[in-house]
Design a protein around this ligand. Sequence first.
Ligand SMILES: Cc1ncc(COP(=O)(O)O)c(C=O)c1O
Length: 375
Amino acid sequence: MNRFPKKLLSLLDKRKAEHNFRALSLPNNNLIDFSSNDYLGFAKSAELKEVKDVIVKEYQINQQGSTGSRLITGNSVIHTDCEKEVAAFHHAEKALLFNSGYDANVGLLSSVPQRGDVVLYDELCHASIIDGIRLSFANTYKFRHNDLVHLEELLAKQKDAETVYVVTESVFSMDGDCALLKEITDLCKQYNAHLIVDEAHAIGVYGEQGRGLCNQLGIEQDCFARVYTYGKAMGAHGACVVGSTDLYDYLVNFARSLIYTTALPASSVALVMASYKLLQNTKQIQVLKENISLFNELTLPIEDKINSTSAIHCFVIKGNENVIQASKGLISKDLDVRAIKSPTVKEGSERLRICLHSTNTKQELTQLAEALLKI
Ligand SMILES: Cc1ncc(COP(=O)(O)O)c(C=O)c1O
């Protein structure tokens, strides 16, 4: 048998030496959840399962796998019905399902920007956005996080580009802060650029009935494409890209992460539909908002907190070893708070990343805030 390459072994050793070696561990369900993305408690809710079961019956879903890609045998009435509902909910002409948010971003960003085009993206964009952009043949430049002056400087330089795309998240996954979407939209209009927004952490949190931050700010129609993912507040799995009919047709023809993969099974699509139904009737969004406000009040005295009105709250503790120790200390108090280490975030900006949920009690929030104040 071939030996594992030495170069790769040394990379693993380097990770260990830098205290950022990753290993899969099983969740401890006895801890208080401050780390999952299940912001509204949907993933574990009996109601979601009940609504899904009704949909499964309604569509007479009796096969487990989808048996092929959407373009061959993997498509079905529930896929297209789900897409119609998603498009209507998000006020778009069309929606297209992908197997995950990662797939959606990679499919969209690798196929849409062409040679001769330019992509400008926020430096803190998620790995799936970066990977998608890397696979495209466009020229790509990052702008400093939420820095409108830098973005405008770059936009002004792109006179020779055929099409310019600006890509951002509405809520940044590792900081929890929001993009200055209104201002970015204005710049895109001024420079005739196409705006792409990843709403992964905004759906279920912002906007009317949790439609996202673009909805809240009234800029849905100013976006070229929006990405909604279902593995976070929606408590499910998968994602949709929403936009124009032309964009939909283009992605069906050119997005490789849609074309060359087995489609989501109908039961997963039923779960996405159930999630949207729940979202439109839930009180959990309001409860989450109240929890976020309370937590912000309780942690006001902490200096190294990144400002956030989202469900994600971060406290910078420099150094992988230090942040690991802080996380361990909180876990020993039954508070499941995870350390985000470099290189996932920039060296020197390692942090505790706290996800708030509608299901966290006031007492749990107070307990966490008190423990953080002690750190
Ligand atoms: C901003 C952002 N976009 C996309 C994704 C990927 O979504 P998914 O988990 O559905 O692949 C994530 C997940 O971490 C994310 O934070």
